[in-house]
Design a protein around this ligand. Structure first.
Ligand SMILES: Cc1ncc(COP(=O)(O)O)c(C=O)c1O
Length: 379
């Protein structure tokens, strides 16, 4: 049962994300699922986790899902299962959340950064030829904000070089590229169920999905201390298991995901209808044949910091994802990059702003945000 939306007054804040609104709608279903796990007293590697793995694999259109403790662990374990080791290089877009790069670093490998296409914020396939070396061992693509990366040229490049492609699908569960779901396009894909994601747990959780039985089996072993059989470890692994409480909560939310996705898409259409009329604002661009799931609705504007302050004064939330591309993070200072190395990513980092976006957002709230953007641009 969903509760009736309240018409917000003009003075009420419009948060960038409102998880409480979602919980108000599905709290009873969640509590039933949590109670089921508590009654079973099985908390790790049980039937909820196994069922969720099958359901997420099905959603992504692949054969296998392996639940892990976070999206970051999913990346680390998928890279490791693909054979990435100390001294290897992995091609990674520089405009992403830090975990995409730090997962590579966690294995002692080196992230080799690549620039984005300015209109989609995703990896520019033309960059691969420029950055590849004889040490390149894998390619990671990120479907940023919920928009798929242009995979065809990337997959063709990877095939020619025999390189595995790993999708960082943390932000794009449910999205499609030319009729195929993200998560089914590369050799393996990594999902984050961090609470703010389109499908969010009530804590940390993640999953690796793949069509390869070998990769799935490797991740299954690595997530559980490298144990191929009970108490028999053949290699160093991790403890990175997805717990039953999170799995049960995610299974409830999964039932609502397609409705939530449609709501996000309809809000995005309304935002874009209003914002395209305002000179100086660039709404998200969705190439033909791509389905965007709007984890974020991210606009581009030259006076971004001014707009964010203006919105905040009017109690409208917004966030910059992400203010520093990875090549300019102190974490990667030793790689010797400097401003100007990846011009499109650096400019995006200065100009992007993610506006309020969640399924329960109301048309009146969208109108209020768009009016505030228009008012700012008149100043
Ligand atoms: C693009 C991207 N990659 C990786 C991650 C890491 O996921 P997690 O926070 O579940 O470890 C996130 C989310 O935080 C993300 O947005």
């Amino acid at each position: 049962m969903t509760s009736q939306p309240q018409i917000p007054s003009l003075s009420e804040p419009v948060p960038q994300l409102d998880l409480a609104a979602q919980y108000a709608a599905i709290g009873a279903e969640i509590r039933t699922a949590v109670d089921r796990v508590l009654t079973s007293q099985q908390f790790v590697l049980g039937r909820e986790g196994a069922a969720l793995e099958a359901e997420i694999a099905n959603l992504c259109g692949v054969a296998h899902g392996v639940g892990v403790a976070s999206g970051t662990d999913a990346l680390i374990l998928a890279l490791r299962a693909c054979g990435v080791r100390t001294g290897d290089e992995v091609l990674v877009p520089t405009f992403t959340f830090v975990a995409t790069g730090s997962a590579v670093s966690a294995l002692g490998a080196k992230p080799v950064f690549a620039d984005i296409r300015p209109e989609t914020y995703n990896l520019d396939p033309a960059e691969l030829e420029r950055r590849v070396t004889s040490r390149t061992r894998a390619i990671v693509v990120v479907h940023l904000y919920g928009l798929p990366t242009d995979m065809d040229p990337i997959l063709a490049f990877a095939k020619a070089r025999k390189l595995p492609v790993i999708e960082d699908n943390a932000q794009a569960i449910g999205a499609s590229y030319k009729t195929r779901r993200t998560g089914s396009l590369g050799d393996a894909a990594c999902i984050s169920f961090y609470p703010t994601k389109n499908l969010g747990a009530y804590g940390d959780a993640g999953m690796v999905v793949t069509n390869s039985p070998e990769l799935a089996e490797r991740v299954r072993t690595l997530r559980n201390h490298g144990q191929a059989a009970k108490y028999l470890s053949s290699e160093p692994g991790w403890n990175s298991r997805l717990d039953e409480l999170q799995a049960a909560i995610l299974r409830v939310k999964l039932r609502h995901l397609s409705n939530w996705q449609r709501a996000r898409q309809s809000h995005a259409a309304e935002y874009s209808r209003l914002l395209t009329q305002i000179p100086g604002v660039m709404p998200p661009i969705v190439p033909d044949g791509y389905e965007h799931v709007y984890h974020q609705y991210t606009i581009r504007i030259e006076r971004r910091d001014g707009l964010q302050k203006f919105l905040s004064e009017r109690k409208i939330g917004s966030t910059v994802y992400y203010p520093y591309p990875l090549h300019l993070q102190p974490l990667y200072a030793s790689l010797g990059h400097k401003p100007g190395d990846f011009a499109h990513s650096e400019r995006a980092a200065q100009e992007v702003l993610s506006l309020p976006m969640y399924p329960e957002l109301l048309k009146e709230q969208i109108a209020r945000v768009a009016e505030a953007v228009a008012e700012f641009l008149k100043c």
